[in-house]
Design a protein around this ligand. Structure first.
Ligand SMILES: *Cc1c(COP(=O)(O)O)cnc(C)c1O
Length: 865
């Protein structure tokens, strides 16, 4: 061995270039307690500090300055992309001014902080959101106009930051917006994937194709690299137990985590929070052996393997895929985040036992569960704490949000893989398990089945580590994301743990969405109408969404109803324009817009919707032309990505596209029924579709959708909900009134019995639903494209039908009929739409984040001084 790495530095944070982190800076004080100016002439410094550019001349000056210097361009070679970049950079300057003030404010105050650990951040675009939150949209519009550009066009130049798959990643983004807006000291931690969620293309045969998403290939103004915020993270090697339960972990591979800060501006406050995303870089001087051997290529190779860690987001939603690189991502991110959190805590110079009084860490699903084990390692091996003291700190620091009860989505990692990648962590997990099972044994003697169920280790060859069990026992509290879901967590997957700990450890926080992005930004016309009607400032109701209730008293007013309808119509025209320019298809904007947009998953049952559309088409075909005139015309929109390895989900997309081709081309019926698959679903696509929907569908098999959040976005924008009695649909109905939603289908307690019956007393689909059998036969006949290719999908319904499509089909059709009837009553429909929107206050993510802050983290709101 000729390595020159100093063994004393093993496991230590990488050396930083500055004595103090730029984010934790506080001035020294003299004997009288007065702050000492750190360097140079204080007045010169202070005279040159800039504030917010909040008038048009300052804004245009800042934009032109960025064009001229940062971008090195000029007025005559500036295109929309360049102008977007200059505008973004000038907005970023404002965000950074506020960010700096916020961070020094909180460093001085030193309150308890919360950290939101999420492997996914589905941010979408930033420019429009930042302008609205800063209150600078109008001024930028004017300034940009003076420079010869249009601000909306520039907003459209931005690429989405697609660092997430779906609901879970978007929830994290909404929560940071709310924590900033509600002035809570919350930071997010994540990974800076160089490739976000893949771009979805539709091939000639209607199949989904996936292309990489190189979202960083243009300048990204919304991140601040922090090359001096760097931590070493170790993988592999060996762990040797020494005394006092401690161990020394050495050898293996070391990788450096570099922080990139993403400022998150609050709405109508200068408070600006932070998401720190880690980038993996090779450790300088790593693998000197290969340099010494002259094997340059191998050294470069190992460099590649380090940066691989943050190269790509895994594109699975609600499905566990046990790839080693994914586990590396999880540990890399957990370890870097904890090192950063611990470093910030240590700046407070408090005893380590007070850690939980200063830090709360929220785990967004089980992805960051290794952070629990990592904190144990740091406390026991590095901080010399006893196991009991360390465990006490850990279990008062972490909080775990469960996001699913679907068995295929529950994380479990093979013990041999963990042992190889993280030998010390595997030791700690075994120790945690030993002490835990001893305690269970004591409370429930002679109950071996219970021990086997609760063990962190699933026995077998290989053994697996059950991450939900680990997250549960390592956390102070556990929550689900809607009432029904939290109930299912308590009564199914964590039932034994409720019996062991008692019920108070297990709670519910129903998800929410930020009304800034999901109403004000995506639906400016409705936002303006609401402000006008309520007669209160927009900045007020957008931060206290219950104020929307003030609309109820206008719900019967014909003038207001007409304005409401006009806004919906304008949004439908905007969507039609989007469809025409992107797909080259004209749609009938007089028809009802019926929308189902979400990840494609069997449990979400896009297939049920599709079968309903085919049924409607067959019915239309069978009608006399003069009878069709009474039919409620409908355009059905689908959008959503399927995981690249999810065969059935991809087949659903292919069938949707093939059926759409047939029915859209049918001159007999296409005035009454059209169907569209909008490719490459994203936050930005959602922002166009949601305000335009008359009806949206959330039709998961009861008990499978934890919450859903797009249901909230639609209802907030006055789209009515057609859904099953599942997730947050239930609470939405409670709020807006059951008479304003369309419910159908079997209920959660019935689902297991029906599945059992499918297996043990199978009934042919012709008997379960003749209407459905007819639809399946028509597809099988080849009428909608290559029938043999679709047979495996059709058979899922004909055979065991795990998701109860056939059992819910007839009641689904009945619900659709009720929808048609209700829509014919134009006034009645508008009234439902107004009332729905008016009663959605509960579903603001402000309510949700304040709930976490109060009931879980014990973190307080602060007005920035
Ligand atoms: C809100 C949102 C989701 C979540 O949708 P659900 O219907 O709740 O699953 C997924 N993707 C994007 C882009 C979203 O904006």
């Amino acid at each position: 061995m000729t390595s020159t790495i100093d063994p004393k530095t093993i496991g230590q944070p990488a050396k930083r270039h500055h004595k103090r982190s730029p984010t934790g800076y506080l001035p020294d004080k003299d004997k009288s307690g007065k702050e000492i100016w750190p360097r140079g002439d204080e007045k010169t410094w202070k005279d040159n500090l800039r504030g917010i550019s909040n008038d048009v001349p300052k804004i245009t000056k800042s934009i032109v300055n960025h064009v001229q210097t940062t971008l090195a361009r000029q007025a005559y070679n500036l295109d929309d992309q360049g102008a977007y970049e200059a505008v973004a950079l000038s907005v970023r300057d404002n965000l950074i001014v506020n960010w700096n003030d916020t961070q020094s404010f909180f460093t001085r105050k030193a309150p308890k902080r919360a950290y939101y650990l999420s492997l996914e951040w589905l941010m979408g675009r930033t420019l429009d959101n930042a302008l609205l939150n800063l209150g600078l949209k109008e001024k930028y519009k004017t300034g940009v106009d003076k420079l010869g550009f249009n601000v909306e066009n520039l907003i459209d130049e931005e690429r989405d930051a697609g660092l997430g798959n779906g609901g879970l990643g978007r929830l994290a983004a909404c929560y940071l917006d709310s924590s900033a807006s509600q002035e809570l000291p919350v930071w997010g931690y994540g990974l800076r994937y160089r490739y976000g969620i893949f771009q979805q293309l539709i091939g000639p045969d209607g199949s989904q194709l996936e292309a990489p998403d190189p979202w960083l290939q243009h300048l990204n103004a919304w991140e601040i690299p922090r090359f001096d915020v760097a931590y070493d993270v170790r993988f592999y090697g060996h762990a040797e137990r020494v005394d006092n339960g401690k161990a020394v972990w050495s050898g293996g591979q070391e990788v450096v985590a570099i922080g990139y800060d993403v400022p998150i501006p609050g709405y109508h406050t200068r408070n600006t929070n932070n998401i720190r995303l880690w980038d993996a870089q090779p450790k300088r001087g790593f693998d000197l052996n290969s340099f010494n051997a002259g094997d340059y290529e191998r050294a470069v190779d190992s460099s590649n393997s380090a940066s691989n860690i943050t190269s790509v987001l895994y594109p699975n939603d609600n499905h566990m895929v046990g790839k080693e690189l994914r586990l590396k991502q999880q540990y890399f991110w957990s370890a870097a985040s904890l090192a950063d959190i611990l470093r910030r805590f240590k700046n407070l110079e408090k005893p380590i036992t007070e850690f939980p009084e200063h830090v709360a860490i929220q785990l967004n699903d089980t992805h960051p569960t290794l952070a629990i084990v990592e904190l144990m390692r740091l406390l026991v091996d590095d901080e010399d704490l006893s196991w009991e003291k360390a465990w006490n700190i850990v279990t008062n620091t972490f909080f775990y949000t469960n996001h699913t009860v679907l068995p295929e989505a529950l994380e479990k990692w093979p013990v041999p893989l963990l042992q190889h990648l993280l030998p010390r962590h595997m030791q700690i997990i075994f120790d945690i398990n030993l002490f835990f099972l001893q305690a269970v044994e004591k409370k429930f003697p002679d109950d071996r089945d219970r021990l086997a169920r609760m063990s962190l280790i699933q026995e077998g060859t290989p053994q697996y580590v059950r991450m939900a069990n680990l997250a549960c026992i390592g956390s102070r509290k556990v929550n689900g994301v809607a009432e029904l879901h939290s109930h299912l967590v308590r009564t199914t997957i964590l039932k034994d743990f409720v019996e062991f700990y008692g019920p108070s450890k297990f709670g519910n926080v129903t998800n929410g969405v930020t009304p800034r992005r999901w109403l004000d930004q995506c639906n400016p016309l409705l936002s303006a109408l609401i402000t006008d009607t309520l007669g209160i400032a927009k900045s007020k109701w957008l931060k206290d969404l219950d104020l929307l209730k003030g609309l109820i008293k206008h719900a019967d007013d014909p003038v207001f109803q007409e304005k409401w309808r006009t806004v919906k119509q304008a949004n439908k025209e905007r969507l039609a324009h989007f469809v025409e320019t992107t797909l080259g298809v004209k749609v009938n904007t007089k028809a009802m817009f019926d929308v189902q947009i979400k990840r494609i998953h069997e449990y979400k049952r896009q297939f049920l919707n599709l079968l309903g559309v085919v049924h409607r088409y067959l019915l239309l075909k069978s009608m006399k032309p003069e009878d069709r005139k009474d039919v409620n015309p409908r355009v059905v929109f689908f959008a959503g990505k399927a995981a690249p390895g999810y065969y059935m989900a991809k087949l659903v997309i292919r069938l949707i596209v093939n059926v759409a081709r047939v029915i859209n081309a049918d001159k007999d019926t296409n005035k009454y029924l059209e169907m569209l698959f909008i490719p490459d679903y994203s936050v930005s696509v959602a922002e166009v579709l949601i305000p335009a929907s008359d009806l949206s569908q959330h039709i998961s098999t009861a008990g499978t959708e934890a919450s859903g959040t797009s249901n909230m976005k639609f209802c907030l924008n006055g789209g009515l909900l057609l859904g099953t009695v599942d997730g947050a649909n239930i609470e939405i109905a409670e709020e807006v009134g059951e008479e304003n939603v369309f419910f159908f289908g079997h209920l959660t307690p019935q689902v297991e019995d029906v599945r059992h019956a499918h297996l043990y007393h199978p009934v042919p689909v012709e008997e379960r639903s003749p209407a459905l059998a007819n639809v399946l036969n028509e597809i099988s006949s080849g009428r909608f494209g290559p029938a043999p290719d679709f047979e495996p999908l059709l058979n899922t319904v004909r055979q065991h039908d795990y998701y109860l499509v056939s059992d819910d089909f007839d009641s689904y059709l009945a619900a659709l009929e009720l929808v048609d009837k209700a829509y014919k009553d134009k006034k009645g429909w508008v009234k439902k739409s107004i009332i729905t929107s008016a009663k959605m206050g509960k579903f603001s993510s402000d309510r949700a984040i304040l709930n976490y802050a109060e009931e879980y983290w014990n973190v307080e709101q602060y007005k920035l001084e």
